[in-house]
Ligand binder design. Structure first.
Ligand code: AMP
Length: 598
């Protein structure tokens, strides 16, 4: 190489190998993130061959965390956040307490100091943002009530960890470690021990509060103003840049100036941007970067792992893993049920929090640096993190499998648990013919009794108009839709609905495609639509498929997979405009094509 380029080498090796192993994992029906972790182990220092720069990989992973939390903020409103505080705050606190106690117990058995036990326990108590959000995104749960509880819970955990990171250096001396030295002081995050515990807690909370106030008062005015100003320049590139600059800038500023975590700062930036419809849509477009960086997160975790530690640390690793996967899950499950939430919610929350990640590594590093935690503790935390991240998708499979069994037991011993996963937007008293209220992760939704019907997928700008016409013509039809807000609207309109992602086999099967006459795809994503078309053709060769597209390539793609008719949105818009100009039905040139031309 002509010159040394560690950043480029790390990105290329990380993304390249992650792609290869992710694809391999997918081939064997293992979640791709296992492949990303393996790629990380291969480019890490513990295996021979190329070694990527661990420090750089870590920082790249942090960008992934920022963008992920920013994306979540975009889907969240302050109202959503406050609506789950009743469960998220006590839930997170009790779970942290329980996990910390278990961790401290294990530390005691290993003969460590009390301080070591505390750091170790805290590190085991906090779930990884990236793992949780990826799991929710995959199942399209972020905007469901359960998703909101999980995210709220995560934010409380995040706040608790911010507090722990600030307090530990100040308390290291008391806990039997080394008094804080400048080596561990990072910017304004650290406070002198002379303030005393309550002083440090008070100042930290004051800083977090100051950040929130600055965001709500200043950010709420300035951010939309900047975005609207940039929107008026008409430059899409500048607009995307503004969105990215604000997300990263707020996150970084929050961490440096207020001692709030990067993730939390980004979350607030997203939440404030979500208040304006214009910035909301545009901001979402600028998120593909997020996926690339969250892959680098898994690679950087893999890099830290030494496969040989599995042999030398056998039972303590198993015990650590049991605390993360079983102990934490049980605690979360009991709390969520105790607060009167349905079984499905409790299972989902337990599964999504049964892992540890980035915050645990930061705590472990800090603990070792302060001479509180023995090195063995860091190794256990790393091994526990890797194994729990790999096991996490299996946890979700396990809840699918356990749910029917638990439900029959619950039905026998207690009054039936109310199934209400649709979220607060749905009025409880309203009766409507919602067949299934599932997001596709708690067992198959009940099957419709309709036959010779139309299946309409998506009830947004396009689908709702189609639905209105079908309803007016009293044709039998049902809608598959996965957004909570839209589901509430369907319920209000009294339309039969299967809720969930139509690309999910079980959700789609609940719409009885075998017995249906017509499939209408009113969703914008042609890749997802293509998958559904294939599935429909396999189930029912005779079904008439009408799909929606936004480019000629998408039209080709969907026709190739078996759609009978593909309506190209932009062409129809042109048709409408021409009609307006000439006041008559337009004569579109042949190459512009009839939308239904085969
Ligand atoms: P619009 O682009 O405004 O017509 O909205 C599209 C609608 O389709 C939105 O309400 C989405 O929630 C919904 N949607 C998109 N993808 C899926 C999917 N895979 N399964 C079910 N509904 C979907």
């Amino acid at each position: 190489m002509p010159h040394d380029t560690p950043l480029i080498a790390t990105i290329v090796a990380g993304l390249g190998l992650a792609f290869v192993f992710g694809a391999l994992a997918n081939r064997f029906r293992i979640p791709p993130l296992v492949g990303y972790l393996v790629a990380g182990v291969l480019v890490g220092p513990n295996t021979p061959g190329f070694v990527a720069d661990a420090g750089l990989a870590n920082e790249l992973a942090e960008i992934g965390v920022i963008l992920l939390m920013f994306g979540v903020g975009l889907h969240f409103s302050l109202k959503d956040l406050l609506s789950v505080r009743a469960i998220a705050v006590p839930g997170a606190i009790v779970q942290i307490g329980f996990a910390t106690a278990l961790g401290a117990g294990l530390a005691w058995m290993l003969g460590w100091s009390m301080g070591a036990g505390l750091v170790f326990g805290l590190a085991l108590s906090v779930a990884s943002t990236v793992v949780l959000l990826r799991a929710l995104q995959e199942r399209r749960l972020i905007e469901s009530e359960r998703g909101r509880i999980a995210v709220g819970w995560l934010i409380v955990e995040d706040l608790a960890m911010v507090l722990a990171l600030v307090l530990l250096p100040a308390l290291a001396g008391v806990l039997g470690g080394q008094e804080q030295t400048d080596a561990h002081a990072s910017g304004l995050l650290s406070l002198p021990a002379s303030y005393g515990i309550w002083g440090v807690v008070g100042i930290t909370l004051a800083k977090v509060a100051a950040f929130v106030v600055v965001m709500l008062v200043v950010g709420r005015r300035v951010i939309p103003w900047i975005l609207h100003y940039v929107a008026h320049t008409g430059s899409r590139e500048l607009f995307r840049l503004a969105v990215l600059a604000i997300a990263l800038g707020v996150a970084f500023g929050a961490a440096k100036l207020f001692g709030v975590s990067l993730a939390l700062g980004a979350f607030f930036a997203g939440m404030i941007m979500s208040e304006s419809e214009l910035s909301h849509r545009a901001a979402e477009e600028s998120l593909p970067l997020r996926d690339a960086f969250s892959v680098l997160f898994f690679v950087s975790v893999g890099m830290l792992f030494d496969p040989f530690s599995l042999i030398s640390n056998g039972w303590p690793i198993l015990a650590t893993l049991a605390i993360i996967v079983i102990g934490k899950s049980l605690a979360a499950f009991v709390i969520v049920i105790a607060f009167g939430h349905p079984l499905a919610t409790a299972l989902m929350i337990s599964a999504s929090l049964a892992q540890i990640g980035e915050f645990s590594f930061i705590l472990a590093e800090l603990g070792v640096g302060l001479k509180l935690l023995p090195e063995q503790g860091r190794d256990l935390i790393l091994a526990g993190a890797i194994l729990s991240i790999v096991l996490n998708p299996l946890m979700f499979l396990a809840i699918d499998w356990m749910k029917p069994w638990l439900e029959t037991r619950a039905a026998r011993t207690a009054p039936p648990v109310e199934a209400k996963p649709v979220g607060p937007a749905t009025e409880p008293g309203q009766v409507a013919s919602v067949v299934a209220t599932t997001n596709g992760e708690d067992g198959p939704p009940p099957r419709t009794s309709l036959t010779n019907h139309a299946i309409l997928i998506g009830y947004g700008r396009v689908g709702s108009l189609v639905g209105a016409s079908l309803k007016e013509a009293t044709l039998p039809f049902l809608v598959i839709e996965d957004a909570d807000k839209t589901l509430a609207r369907l319920k209000a309109d009294g339309i039969e609905t299967v809720s969930g992602n139509a690309a999910n086999a079980e959700v789609f099967a609940a719409a009885n495609p075998e017995g249906a006459k017509r499939l209408i795809l009113a969703i914008p994503n042609a890749f997802e639509a293509g998958q559904i078309v294939m599935r429909a053709r396999a189930a029912n060769p005779g079904i008439n498929v009408i799909a929606r597209a936004h480019s000629d390539a998408e039209v080709e793609h969907l026709k190739g997979l078996g759609a009978d008719t593909v309506i190209m949105g932009e062409r129809e818009i042109a048709r409408g405009i021409v009609e307006e100009v000439f006041g008559q039905k337009p004569m579109l040139r042949p190459e512009a094509g009839e939308p239904s031309a085969a």
